[in-house]
Each structure stands twice: as structure tokens, then as C-alpha cells.
Design a protein around this ligand. Structure first.
Ligand SMILES: Cc1cc2nc3c(=O)[nH]c(=O)nc-3n(C[C@H](O)[C@H](O)[C@H](O)COP(=O)(O)OP(=O)(O)OC[C@H]3O[C@@H](n4cnc5c(N)ncnc54)[C@H](O)[C@@H]3O)c2cc1C
Ligand code: FES
Length: 273
């Protein structure tokens, strides 16, 4: 893991309350893999005191294809994310990572389905490019792992859909859903999931209630499924135990730390109440 003062080399709004920030971090960028995350802290401020976790959206490569930066897409929700839009290009933020475990890849899969709720879309751009053999991460070489990705992407309302063209440009089959019916399917991503061909493996990321619903469906249908959990974190390094989740064990259940053991977990390993 590296800590860098990362220069902001681009920062713009891409949807309602949603921004894409581009950071120059030449130590972290060549190492980070889809599913992993970084902690970001505001420059010159101890308010908030702690950094906040953000998934890799994509890496930024130089002319020779060497990653020298990362892109992060974030939604304004609280103290840090409502102040981050004020950090302009040329300023720096504190970044440390890569953190957590990347998405697992299974050789036998030919068609996978991504289920994204709200800002939970962020880990799926780089993962899609990796699986489709369009880009390599973490020093690996490019490999086409499968033929087809279906992405189901749900938001509150059409104005919150972020980066739709980024996903479409990879060749993924994109299905959008909105809670208010303003565009796409009117309803929840988990309802839409059950109307589409199931594929070989599901990967989900989004708010806790959505992931609970997804895990329950996956476990009932015996569908292979991994979910990336986006719970609040204090240290991101495995020290504080503020990020625990209940997982099944032979004798009952135990806690795992999302920041080091996750954020990606097998749906059938989680205790879903
Ligand atoms: C591994 C991981 C990857 C993530 N990737 C992204 C990403 O790519 N883009 C993005 O926008 N966000 C992402 N998040 C969520 C992001 O970390 C939170 O939105 C952020 O910490 C909020 O900070 P804040 O200071 O703005 O809000 P705070 O002031 O800390 O909190 C504001 C409100 O939001 C709630 N809250 C805080 N964090 C979360 C959370 N994780 N889930 C639900 N409620 C929360 C608080 O309880 C409070 O009610 C990720 C989280 C994790 C764990
Ligand atoms: S955030 Fe501190 S242990 Fe996970």
C-alpha cells in the first residue's frame, strides 16, 4: 500500500450530485485492480478527520500504456463528499491504497451479470473492461475472460444515471432502471434481474437493502454471486474494526472486516437476516 499526495488533473460533474475526479498517483495506479479501493482525504483539513473509501472507476494510462493515475466517481452524501467538489484541478488530495481484495474471476464463466444500485456502479467499469480483455490492471496482461456482460443499473431518477456512455462503450449490454420510472424499467434492479437471462455469475454493488435482496435471491436460486459492500469505514487498513460484516462459519457466524477481507464477498458466505 502507498500513500500519495495526488494532484487533481480533472474534476467534473457527470450527473446529479455525481462527480468524476482524476488523480495523478503513479505509485497506486499500476497496482490497483478492479474491486479494490482507495481512501481519500481532503487537502489541508482535519474536518473530516478520517479519509473516506472510494472504489476504482478506472486507471489513467500514459502513451506507453503505463497507469499513472486513477479515476473515481463519487456521489455527494455528507461531510467529505459535499466538500470534495470544491477541490480544483491543480490542487492535491491525500490518497492511500490499493486496499481490499479485487473481484474474483472464474474461468468457466461465459456471461456475467453486473447489478448496480446508485453509486454502486463505480467498480464495474474497470471490471467490465478487464473481463472483456480491453484493459489490464495491476501489472497483469490483457486476457478476454468471457463473451458477454449484462449490466443492470438502477438509480432513484434519470438525472442520477452517471457514466452511461462509459459503460456502453465497452460493449456491455446495459439495462437501466429508475425508482420513479423517469427512464428505463420502472422498479428495482432485483426485479429487472429476474426478467433477464441469468448468465453464469452475478456481481452486485449498491446500498445495503439492495444487496440483502440480491443475496437472498441468489441464495434461493443457488446462483453464484459476489457482492461488493460499501459500508462506512474509519481506517481502511484492518485496524479499527468499524467495518465488520457477519459471515457464516462452521459453528455459527463470525465477523470479517470489509476493508481487508472484502469489500467483495461471496453472497452465500454472508449472514443475511
Ligand atoms: C469499499 C468502498 C467503496 C466505495 N466506493 C464509492 C465510490 O466509488 N463512490 C462513492 O460515491 N462512494 C463510495 N463509497 C461510499 C463512500 O465511502 C461514502 O459515500 C463516503 O464515505 C461518505 O462520506 P461523507 O463524509 O460524504 O459522508 P458522512 O458525513 O460520513 O456521512 C453522511 C451520511 O452518509 C452515511 N454514510 C456514510 N458512508 C456511507 C456508506 N458507505 N454507505 C451508506 N451510508 C453511508 C452516514 O451514515 C451519514 O448518514 C464506497 C464505500 C466503500 C466501503
Ligand atoms: S475500516 Fe478499520 S478495520 Fe476496516
Amino acid at each position: 500500500m502507498f500513500q500519495e499526495y495526488a494532484e487533481v488533473i480533472g474534476h467534473n460533474s457527470i450527473a446529479s450530485k455525481t462527480h468524476l475526479i482524476r488523480l495523478r498517483c503513479p505509485k497506486i495506479a499500476p497496482l490497483i485492480r478492479p474491486g479494490q479501493f482507495v481512501m481519500i482525504k481532503l487537502p489541508g483539513s482535519n474536518d473530516p478527520l478520517l479519509g473516506r473509501p472510494f472504489a476504482l472507476y478506472d486507471t489513467i494510462d500514459d502513451d506507453r500504456g503505463t497507469p499513472f493515475g486513477i479515476e473515481v466517481v463519487y456521489l455527494e452524501v455528507g461531510k467529505m463528499t459535499t466538500r470534495l467538489p470544491l477541490v480544483a484541478s491543480g490542487q492535491s488530495v491525500e490518497v492511500w491504497g490499493p486496499l481490499g481484495q479485487p473481484f474474483p474471476i472464474f474461468d468457466s464463466n461465459r456471461h456475467v451479470v453486473f447489478i448496480a444500485g446508485g453509486i454502486g456502479q463505480t467498480p464495474f467499469l474497470s471490471f467490465g473492461k478487464q473481463l472483456l480483455g480491453q484493459k489490464a490492471y495491476g501489472g497483469d496482461s490483457c486476457k478476454k475472460w468471457l463473451d458477454k456482460i449484462t449490466m443492470i443499473y438502477g438509480v432513484r431518477s434519470a438525472s442520477f444515471l452517471a457514466g452511461v456512455d462509459h459503460f456502453k462503450n465497452t460493449g456491455m449490454e446495459l439495462h437501466c432502471a429508475t425508482d420513479d420510472g423517469s427512464t428505463g424499467f420502472h422498479g428495482r434492479v432485483t426485479e429487472l434481474l429476474q426478467k433477464l437471462p441469468p448468465g453464469d455469475h452475478w456481481y452486485g454493488c449498491g446500498p445495503e437493502p439492495m444487496l440483502h435482496a440480491l443475496c437472498k435471491i441468489a441464495n434461493e436460486k443457488n446462483a453464484p454471486c459476489h457482492v461488493s459492500l460499501e459500508s462506512p469505514m474509519a481506517c481502511g487498513l484492518g485496524i479499527c474494526f468499524s467495518c465488520v460484516v457477519k459471515v457464516k462459519t462452521e459453528s455459527g457466524w463470525d465477523y470479517k472486516r470489509i476493508c481487508v477481507d472484502g469489500p467483495v464477498f461471496n453472497s452465500n458466505a454472508l449472514v443475511v437476516d
